[in-house]
Design a protein around this ligand. Structure first.
Ligand SMILES: NC(=O)c1ccc[n+]([C@@H]2O[C@H](COP(=O)([O-])OP(=O)(O)OC[C@H]3O[C@@H](n4cnc5c(N)ncnc54)[C@H](O)[C@@H]3O)[C@@H](O)[C@H]2O)c1
Length: 347
């Protein structure tokens, strides 16, 4: 087991890597704690944390809504939760987002912790303090930035994940490697086979390095005025195709990273060879690269992008593997590039 601590806005957050959930009582007092648990995690692993007060929620996006939030708040009142009560979210990004948000608004904020149980939640969603819910069709429309007290990483919980959820998580890991860490990129290339069979040592390295990268970025830029924007690599186009093609987030980000790499070759000098390495890495991690959406439909989503600033989008490009930067691109110019790129790939 490895402990780490990061300080965000003067507040320490403890990370327990390689810990096991059956030791949760080391970090929280069961008599003053309520767990919010993903229903799948309860099904597979609930016996490991039996004697706790629990609120079980379905682990799909529909739980990030006002009705589920209301249900959680009602249960907290029923359990007589007070300002000292700790809320712990045990699940994927849906449950961590919902729990972090509920804890931040209940009685103007109670302490909370996470046990992320998907690869994506371990490497991304649980880190950084951004937690929120959807409002109608608007994703993450209601939210806060507020840090947890602790994060417990139990790699054994990942053993019951469906394959697609592994691939979703790998997409975000590839993103970190592309934007900031050439060594991680090399590691992912060299250890593909071991990663794909979920070798514990390889997964531990991937999670711990990804968590470190995201934590350092958030420490530098908690409110997303600068460096945190780099985390959107592949996401501008990704968010659009996620909605249009009704595909999983990781698959959409993979397609978005492919397009962002092609744009980087055209605009910022990414070499053909490095662009090709990125595409190959995405593919060997069983993720798709080809876009099946109409460029005009994609462009329509750009104007709704939260990262839009007047007529510009803060687009993330690569100079090389491991070195990303933000380029303000005019919406018109971006649309043109997209039409051109997709046409070239079809012809
Ligand atoms: N707050 C952030 O910074 C941030 C960052 C990235 C993503 N997110 C959010 O995260 C959410 C996606 O999270 P996700 O990809 O973890 O998906 P998810 O929470 O929907 O979980 C995916 C599926 O896996 C199941 N599951 C979870 N753990 C399991 C386990 N150990 N074994 C078997 N099944 C398990 C769930 O029940 C669900 O069916 C989105 O809502 C997204 O907006 C938030």
């Amino acid at each position: 087991m490895k402990n780490k601590q990061y300080v965000f806005s003067g507040k320490p957050v403890s990370y327990y890597f390689g810990e096991t959930i059956s030791r949760l009582q080391q970090y929280a007092d069961p008599s003053a704690t309520i767990l919010v648990v993903d229903d799948q995690v309860e099904h597979f692993h609930g016996h490991l944390f039996k004697n706790w007060r629990k609120i079980i929620v379905p682990g799909d996006e529909s739980s990030k809504d006002l009705r589920t939030l209301e249900r959680v708040v009602k249960k907290l009142i029923e359990f007589e939760a007070d300002r000292k009560t700790m809320l712990i979210g045990i699940g994927g990004g849906v449950v961590t987002d919902l729990t972090g948000f509920a804890a931040s608004i209940y009685m103007r904020g109670i302490p909370y912790g996470f046990v992320p149980t998907t690869l994506l939640a371990q490497v991304d969603a649980s880190i950084g303090g951004k937690n929120g819910i959807d409002f109608g069709e608007y994703k993450n429309m209601l939210g806060v930035i507020r840090q947890p007290a602790f994060l417990l990483f139990d790699y054994d919980l990942l053993n019951t994940l469906p394959d697609t959820e592994w691939y979703n998580g790998f997409a975000e890991v590839i993103k970190y490697a592309c934007i900031l860490d050439e060594q991680l990129f090399d590691f992912l290339e060299k250890n593909t086979d071991r990663a794909l069979v979920h070798d514990r040592e390889v997964i531990a390295y991937i999670v711990e390095r990804s968590v470190e990268i995201k934590s350092l970025i958030v420490q530098e830029d908690e409110l997303e005025g600068g460096k945190r924007r780099l985390l959107n690599f592949g996401h501008t186009v990704g968010h659009a195709v996620e909605r249009i093609e009704h595909i999983a987030h990781g698959q959409a980000v993979a397609k978005g990273m492919n397009i962002a790499s092609i744009f980087s070759e055209k605009l910022s000098g990414l070499s053909f060879a490095e662009k090709d390495r990125i595409v190959q890495l995405i593919k060997v991690y069983r993720l798709p690269v080809e876009i099946h959406s109409n460029p005009t439909d994609i462009s329509r989503y750009f104007s709704m992008d939260k990262k839009r600033e007047k007529q510009f989008i803060h687009f993330i490009l690569l100079k090389k593997i491991g070195e990303a930067f933000v380029k303000k691109i005019l919406l018109n110019e971006l649309n043109k590039l997209l039409v051109e790129t997709i046409a070239e790939r079809i012809s």
